[in-house]
Ligand binder design. Sequence first.
Ligand code: C2E
Ligand code: CA
Ligand code: CA
Length: 571
Amino acid sequence: MATTAGVLYFFAGLLTLLAFALPQKAGVPVEFVRKISYCGLGSGVAILLFGARIPRWGYHLLLLLGNAFIIIGVYEGGGGTTSIACTTLFMFVAVDVFFFFAWPWAVLHLAIAVGSCVGSLALVGALGDGQVIITPGALIAVALVVGRLVRAADAAETDPLTRLSNRRGLERVLGQSLARAAQTDTTVTLVVLDIDHFKTVNDALGPVGGDRLLRSVAQAWRPLLREGESLSRHGGDEFALLLVGSPLADAPAAAKRMRDAMPSGTTCSAGITAAEPGDTVSLLIGRADAALYEAKRSGRNCTTIHEGNRGAEAAELRRAVADGEMAVFYQPVVDLRTGDVTGVEALVRWIRPGPTGPTIVPPDSFIPLAEASGVIDVLGRWVLVEACRQTVAWSASGSRLVVNVNVSGRELTEPTYAADVLAVLATTGLPARQLVLELTETTLEGTSAGACAALATLRRSGVRVAIDDFGTGYSSLSRLDGLPVDVIKIDRSFVSKLTADTTRAPLVAAIIAMAGAMGLTVVAEGIEDLHQAQLLDSLGCNEGQGYWFDRPLPASQLNLASRPLGVLATG
Ligand code: C2E
Ligand code: CA
Ligand code: CA
């Protein structure tokens, strides 16, 4: 789309520039049209360079703007032959409409182009000599032919059995996504899904039964697709789910969503891989297929990830955990009423040795890889043990704190997760009521029945569960009721909006009120100044965390004294 729009804009600009360079009738404002032409030329180049970033709706604007440019050209041509020549540029719009949009929008844009063509000719009094028939008629004919060709090309990319896109369609979209990813740094992840024992089904039910199964799988999966996801059937009983813009760590949950929706009595296996710099379509599909093969080999009905070249990085991370290069830093959680430090959040760091001394690697740089590669299982457990042990040590020296530990979705899917956590509490001697497990909204939303049961077991034993980064996922306030949680942590993006001159914060106030009414404890994250702390307190927020109280620090440097808070000055 971007290339087509860019080329047409460029040529429209170039052609008008050349046309108005020829001798014109007296009174034609050549200078003005030249400026407009340069605009067209420049826009064309910009669209060619940055078109990948233009959202879909942006193309509606581009077409309308194109119409406006041409109308100016026709008008400024003064009704002479240059005006008539300019109307042929409406042909560019006609080419685009069906190429860019589905029928209803295409017809609307075509009607606007035809209207603009007739209107601008009428404006300059040049409707005679059959112009009213020939140019608009040619526009409609060209648009219809392009529309027909585009539909034929679509059909070539559609699987007639499932109405999903076929391998050819997948390869084209994948190619475009890879090109865009290279420019915009978005992630592209491919999940291939293959029905287990499909051959047996096919042999037992015959090809008609096999086709029916393929159709019902497609029907079951289609409604599960989220934004940025597209599904295709890329051969036999193999489907491909393309995820654009979501991290590799989210892909196992997407694969699970599909596997859980399989028609009863059937299962499927999944292979996942993420695009890396320099990847081609066939390399990416090849890696996903290799991962799928692994999943089949390890007993089917499961998901395997191919880490590509990140395998070496994952091995290095695993080594670092084993060699004790990880450290837990703690950030205080403060009671906003009294200023007392009531707890801490455990935040992992990688203290990486280097030739010029150790560097502190923040978790955002390695947690996604740890999650994708499974290293999170050992790392998460290590952090939990370390955090529990430290909290027991604080208790022994007189500070009874609650410790918050972050948990990844993948850890929760381990069948022994609840038992493992309870075992850590037992061996370290930390009472369950002093532990809060933090899960993000997205993790909580995607939890399976097994993970829900694990959370329920833990909550029954006194461990509390917090929704981390509340407000950044899909949960609505109304869904809070059904989630197995005790604490909500309002994401810092909401808190950072509470500036010095904010006196009213309806959204944050609503979250706090609703959560409070449900008996949940509310913690605000990312408090960076006293005003935010005081305002949140006045809104009924129980606790707060943020740089204003302290950054995450090693246990030995943590200041556990009460923080002075004062009262919010109102005025
Ligand atoms: P999170 O759970 O949302 O942790 C809070 C992050 O916000 C921390 O970043 C913290 O340093 C930062 N932060 C705290 N107060 C402020 C503030 O006032 N302003 C600003 N701008 N930032 C503030 P950090 O330590 O880099 O951790 C990043 C993320 O890494 C965490 O986000 C959490 O999702 C993940 N993470 C950290 N440790 C672990 C772990 O042991 N296991 C798992 N699964 N994830 C972890
Ligand atoms: Ca957290
Ligand atoms: Ca958070």
